[in-house]
Design a protein around this ligand. Structure first.
Ligand code: NIG
Ligand code: FE
Length: 391
């Protein structure tokens, strides 16, 4: 097995619990080096103490971070909703009803088109530093279309999520209970072989707490772990439900009361914040500072989807979280690396410590702060996944 030594690292963000402190949540190592062997991190430390390796690359004084872990996206879809975005910027408000537009286009698309389109978005993410991505279904909403959406997602990632409970599709509009029966019965049966997770959109106009509970319970019985979209468009019961069920993460968390924050802290459920959504829907941002100060673990993800947020860029989300949500640059970078890994219950990614997969982002900058300091600038210079440099 050949080993590779990366040198010329001005600042290395490790997320190593042995190095992190309250003042340094990234466990930074200045003037660092990393050794990669067999696709894994083999050694991390000060360059002056680096061991010999078979080959070496000098990164020229750049910052290196763990690869980004995007724990929430909806990449399997067809169609275009740019006109809906333009109307919103002209004063219309966001409505989850737009999801049905994408459902119609997705049902009409071929498997080949869905895969090529989603693969293009994954490639776009990779170029911006994302080395692990979760992908949901949710724009098929029939047994056949949810199963094939997940089969497409499975071609691109191991982190696949069945979101049949996204909205009630038009053909079931007059009988939502029958649709929940479909989701928890035949649709789940067809989806489960392709999915690791099950999710529901628990929101006024989508599914209430009892329906979401039924979906998650059926998923658990089929061996799928639960996640939830909750408290996005207004206050609601979703966050409390996620905490009661001990879910690993609950996503959006835009409208929270004190009891929601207490429940998140007490349950240890991660609050995954999706600032690109508030940017694209012109809504107030979630209060990350309040959550962090209360002792809640926060992750940040893109929520890349054609309706509420069509960005694939984790660097953009970091910049928004710092500028608009009270996070320090270090907290935001931790939230898109270790935070995302924890939100997917993964202990093999999200940190640069020996044994973890060698997923690294090399920035064209001397420190992680530049991700927020230079918004909109393509700072990702190189990306390694499993020790292999992506071209
Ligand atoms: O996460 N909240 C529900 N689902 C997506 C939006 C989907 C859409 O508008 O197409 C979200 O924001
Ligand atoms: Fe979402």
């Amino acid at each position: 097995m050949t080993s590779l030594l990366l040198t010329g690292i001005a600042e290395l963000a490790t997320n190593d619990p042995a190095r992190t402190t309250a003042a340094d949540p990234l466990g930074l190592v200045p003037a660092a080096a990393v050794v990669i062997e067999g696709g894994r991190v083999a050694w991390v430390g000060a360059a002056a103490a680096a061991p010999a390796a078979d080959a070496a690359v000098d990164l020229g004084g750049r910052a290196v971070l763990p690869g980004f872990v995007d724990s929430h996206s909806h990449l399997v879809f067809a169609g275009d909703r740019s006109a809906e975005f333009a109307a919103r910027m002209a004063g219309e408000s966001y409505s989850a009803g737009g999801i049905r537009t994408t459902v119609a286009a997705t049902r009409a698309a071929t498997d080949e088109h869905l895969l090529a389109h989603a693969a293009g978005l994954v490639a776009e993410m990779r170029r911006q530093g994302t080395t692990t991505v979760e992908i949901k279904s949710g724009y098929g909403l029939s047994v056949h279309d949810e199963a094939r959406s997940l089969a497409v997602a499975r071609e691109l990632t191991d982190e696949t999520t069945f979101l049949g409970a996204h909205v009630v599709p038009p053909e079931h509009a007059d009988d939502p209970a029958a649709y929940v029966d479909l989701v928890t019965g035949p649709m789940l049966e067809a989806a489960a072989p392709h999915a690791r997770w099950i999710d529901a959109f628990c929101e006024r106009g989508a599914f209430d707490a009892d329906q979401a509970r039924a979906v998650l319970a059926a998923g658990a019985a089929a061996g799928l772990r639960g996640r939830l979209h909750a408290n996005q468009l207004g206050p609601g019961p979703g966050v409390q439900l996620a905490c009661e069920l001990g879910l690993v993460a609950v996503d959006h968390c835009t409208h929270l009361d004190d009891a929601d924050v207490d429940a998140l802290r007490d349950s240890g459920t991660i609050a995954t914040l999706l600032p690109g959504v508030e940017f694209s829907t012109r809504q107030p941002y979630p209060d990350a500072r309040r959550l962090l100060d209360a002792g809640v673990e926060v992750a940040l993800a893109s929520d890349c989807n054609p309706g509420s947020c069509f960005t694939s860029s984790i660097p953009f989300c970091v910049a928004l979280a710092v500028r608009e949500m009270g996070m320090t640059p270090a907290e935001a970078v931790r939230a898109v690396t270790l935070g995302g890994a924890r939100a997917l219950d993964r202990d093999d990614v999200g940190a640069l410590v020996p044994g973890r997969r060698a997923d690294l982002v090399v920035l064209d900058a001397p420190s992680h702060v530049h991700l927020a300091y230079r918004p909109g600038v393509p700072l990702v210079r190189a990306v390694y996944r499993g020790g292999v440099a992506l071209s």
